[in-house]
Design a protein around this ligand. Sequence first.
Ligand SMILES: Cc1cc2nc3c(=O)[nH]c(=O)nc-3n(C[C@H](O)[C@H](O)[C@H](O)COP(=O)(O)OP(=O)(O)OC[C@H]3O[C@@H](n4cnc5c(N)ncnc54)[C@H](O)[C@@H]3O)c2cc1C
Length: 479
Amino acid sequence: MHVDVLIVGAGLSGVNAAYRLRTRTPRRTYAILEAREAIGGTWDQFRYPGIRSDSDMFTLGYPFRPWPNPQSIADGPSILGYVRDTAAMYGIDREIQFGHKVILAHWSTVDARWTVEAVHDGQPVTVTCSFLYLCSGYYSYDRGHVVDFPGQDSFTGRVVHPQFWPEDLDYTDKNIVVIGSGATAVTLVPAMADKAAHVTMVQRSPSYMVSRPQRDPLADKIRARLPAPLAHRAVRAKNLVLGTIFYQFLRRFPTRAAMKLQLGAAAALGGVVPLNPHFMPRYKPWDQRLCLVPDGDLFKALAGKQASIVTDHIETFTSDGLRLKSGRELPADIIITATGLRMIALGGITLSVDGRAIDPGQTTVYKGMMLSGVPNLAWCVGYANASWTLRADLTSRYVCRLLNHMDRKRFTTCTPSPQAAGSGRPILNLTSGYVARAAAFLPKQGTRRPWRSRQSYLVDHFDLSYSPVADGVMRFTRS
Ligand SMILES: Cc1cc2nc3c(=O)[nH]c(=O)nc-3n(C[C@H](O)[C@H](O)[C@H](O)COP(=O)(O)OP(=O)(O)OC[C@H]3O[C@@H](n4cnc5c(N)ncnc54)[C@H](O)[C@@H]3O)c2cc1C
């Protein structure tokens, strides 16, 4: 099979990419290879109690399809339904080949095409394409980040990683310990507190948290007055602007911002749980992801004593729980290791260009999506500091612009210059453990445009929508 554009991945971004290709460069053929048996990526894979977005659905949803539900912070099944319905609505689901895991891709300059090798039912499958568009997300679907805690084998209860939630896990009246301080732990603790005997969140170091209403009253008013497409645009624009202002405030005035976040937490906790050390991180707001607490659910669970929080180091697992460095013992029937994701670059696909192996860690990202010296390939990576889809959609629209430019000028190949301006920092501007662990093998960003990733929708919107495609850095050739 040969297609003009091969999309890898049928998650939120892959469906978005297919929609943009269909509408902005409709004569082009495309196909989607998806390793799993389902649409939805993240929102199909993660099934733990309470799974939800931590950004609003007007910006996490697609700009072209209004978010239909009342909640602005939505549960995982509703998001999955939305992605699936969108794929069905535009006939994108018919273009997906499920159970096809892409392993290798070789570029031939002579043929101006990629030869992509996938595995389906244990058998190799080869597809060729002119442009390879990786909408493969940013983490491994095979393995989460697993910490090798001492004594883990001696624990007689069940250990669960949230990425692989067992359908049969009954935690009614059980003592639960959740290890972690990120978005997953913050979601799990209140969600499990209703049914469990008690839930204890054990964190080595705290995160910043902010409470926001799950349902946005202003969005409700706008939606009641305007037709759905217009209301979606208006609420999206509002959330984009307010989100940008809030992020800039947190980054530019870190001391005041940290105090504001901590005062918010203190008010919600009503003095039941001390702020120090549990809510006083040692880094500046947004050096690592800010955790969202919808309707203050975590604070309510902690204040109501169905849950508790412990800031300490784990010395060892014991037969019936954990022993901490402080000497404290935490009994547990179930331990949930919310220790994070294992980031991978480019869907874990091995790339080569004219027989030369590409080490993603040695490449620099051009406009946050293409790789220095690698022709006709883009990787769709969303924002870490705002809704993923905001950048994923800009990326897909830019890919369409690029392809249309190549059509007009009859170019067959586009390659960002192999000489990037400065290089060194990972593609994501976070100091979080999962980014630091992956730094060596993630593509880097440079120091100047178009090599620098700014993590700003307004800057990217202008750059990706209006700046010339032929910028002197992208090299175009005809075969
Ligand atoms: C628990 C959780 C909650 C999150 N909440 C938010 C949020 O609230 N807001 C936000 O902005 N972001 C959030 N994120 C980030 C989230 O991943 C993105 O929002 C978005 O879902 C990413 O979509 P995607 O399609 O790019 O990637 P994914 O959802 O990861 O989908 C990638 C798809 O590509 C497939 N694939 C990967 N490699 C290959 C291969 N080699 N061959 C074939 N197929 C392949 C995968 O099977 C998968 O279906 C969250 C992430 C997690 C894990």
